[in-house]
Design a binder for this molecule. Structure first.
Ligand code: SF4
Length: 271
């Protein structure tokens, strides 16, 4: 039985499949869907990752997810709160779950029946795009209204290695992100923080702006979210927040660059 209260994302580490959380980037209440209640699974190993080590015997169950999602939507409605979105994100990379496709279908069905104004979002690191079937699922789902929020933390391979520590080849991933935004609406999400006390270098800043400008040119890129480290991470203090003013400066500089290229995806900063 769903018994969550609108508190914080730590509930996803206690086995809940649907957890309510206030989301900066959604600017309101988000109902997270956690496909990994037993342990974290991800193709990235970001040093700023907020998922603390945990283990449980709970297995993902589509039926339980459906029940919890329905109950969560009913609960927020009775409290007079708007759920901004239903978001696939918790405890790892959603596209790595064998249940992702079915869970996505059910989330859309329940959303359509109970809360048609609520968006359905997937927060992904993009590595699933290297699988043609997953690329196609996300492309088709985006055409039906799925909001795809794609991580792109780095404009250089060196910063990608520092920020994401992944085996996935950087250039291949970049190419797939470009291919995806060419044919489907998407939002780019970039975490900006210090690693080992070092902020992104000037070369990284320039390369990242070029990459995002290239992603916006002639494609369906809707928005760029620049966000800072606002929550504790198990590897703290390996990564540290940058001052809000610095994040705002990244946003202003990117906006200028995009405007000078005649491009206008929204640029939003979440310190
Ligand atoms: S992609 Fe997300 S879940 Fe995976 S390690 Fe990075 S922050 Fe954590």
């Amino acid at each position: 039985m769903y018994a969550g209260s609108i508190k914080n994302h730590r509930e996803r580490e206690t086995g809940l499949l649907v957890y309510p959380v206030y989301s900066r980037r959604s600017q309101g209440l988000s109902l997270g869907i956690n496909l990994f209640p037993d342990r974290k699974r991800c193709s990235f190993d970001c040093p700023y990752c907020e998922v603390f080590p945990f283990k449980s015997n709970i297995r993902f169950s589509l039926n339980l997810m459906k029940t919890q999602l329905q109950e969560a939507l009913t609960l927020v409605k009775t409290r007079g709160i708007e759920a901004r979105d239903i978001c696939f994100s918790g405890n790892g990379e959603p596209t790595m779950s064998p249940d992702f496709r079915a869970a996505l279908e059910e989330a859309f069905r329940i959303r359509d029946d109970s809360a048609p104004e609520t968006k359905v979002v997937v927060i992904t690191n993009g590595t699933g795009l290297l699988d043609n079937r997953m690329f196609e699922l996300l492309r088709q789902s985006a055409a039906k209204g799925l909001k795809v929020w794609l991580k792109a933390d780095a404009g250089t391979e060196a910063w990608y290695r520092a920020m994401n520590r992944s085996q996935t080849p950087y250039q291949a991933l970049r190419g797939k992100i470009r291919a995806f935004t060419s044919g489907a609406p998407a939002t780019i999400q970039t975490m900006r923080c210090m690693v080992n006390g070092v902020p992104p270098a000037q070369e990284e800043e320039e390369a990242w702006e070029s990459f995002v400008t290239e992603l916006a040119d002639g494609t369906m890129l809707e928005a760029v979210h620049i966000y800072g480290k606002a929550r504790p991470a198990p590897e703290d203090p390996l990564t540290e927040s940058l001052p809000s003013a610095e994040l705002e400066r990244y946003g202003q500089s990117l906006k200028k660059r995009l405007e000078s290229a005649g491009l206008n995806p929204a640029v939003q900063v979440f310190p």
